[in-house]
Write a new protein. Structure first.
Length: 216
């Protein structure tokens, strides 16, 4: 049976026990400066998430198995689904049991940075920085964060318009399902970044970096 592309979190990232996991924004901007000393910046492309991961020490057998999965991505050619290991669920719902099987939706898109939602459990708490994901155009993945804390309406479960980051891609429209539990983005592992490091005669660690892609 062929491995999926992208390789899902259950088949890949859930297997990794991480000592350090960073998910940061990579801004693709150009800097310009005037003779008077004023600096300005302009976006040259959409911002993308950057992942930096280091595992805990593992027995060699486990580590070699994970390296085999990394190598199956053929450098940067195939993809994996990654999420923020430090905050896989909202801080107010640390195991995802409160949201359960409920699937909230995008309600009104005021612009690509301001969105309201519907369909949350009534009174659901959404702390600042909560991650959410959207699968769009069949095989593309958006990963965003709430820039304002919100509480779902105690009767309807609606969530008032809030600022988000990064901007929603243009093809995401009202009614799109959102993912709150382990929301993922699609990543390409940076070629030649994955490297094992021997800790002792029985253990090694693995580190790698990856960059988000909106590719299909």
């Amino acid at each position: 049976m062929a491995l999926a592309n992208p390789l899902g979190a259950d088949a890949f990232f859930d297997r990794f026990r991480l000592n350090n996991a960073q998910l940061v924004q990579g801004f693709q901007q150009q800097r310009s400066a005037t003779a008077g000393g004023n600096a300005g910046y302009a976006d040259r492309a959409v911002p993308l998430w950057q992942a930096q991961c280091v595992t805990v020490p593992m027995e060699h057998g486990e580590a070699e198995g994970l390296m085999a999965l990394i190598n199956s991505r053929a450098g940067g050619i195939k993809t994996v689904l990654l999420y923020n290991k430090k905050l896989p669920y909202p801080a107010s719902d640390p195991d995802g049991s409160l949201v359960g099987s409920v699937v909230p939706e995008i309600n009104v898109i005021t612009d690509r940075l301001h969105v309201s939602f519907s369909g949350f459990p009534v009174g659901y708490q959404i702390p600042l920085g909560t991650y959410f994901g959207i699968v769009f155009d069949t095989s593309r993945y958006y990963l965003g964060q709430f820039l304002e804390a919100r509480t779902a309406n105690p009767i309807t479960g609606a969530v008032a318009s809030t600022e988000i980051w990064p901007p929603l891609p243009a093809s995401i429209s009202s009614g799109a399902d959102i993912i709150i539990k382990k929301p993922c983005a699609k990543f390409r592992i940076t070629p030649n970044s994955a490297a094992p490091s021997v800790v002792d005669t029985l253990h090694q660690t693995i580190q790698f970096t990856a960059e988000q892609t909106y590719g299909a």
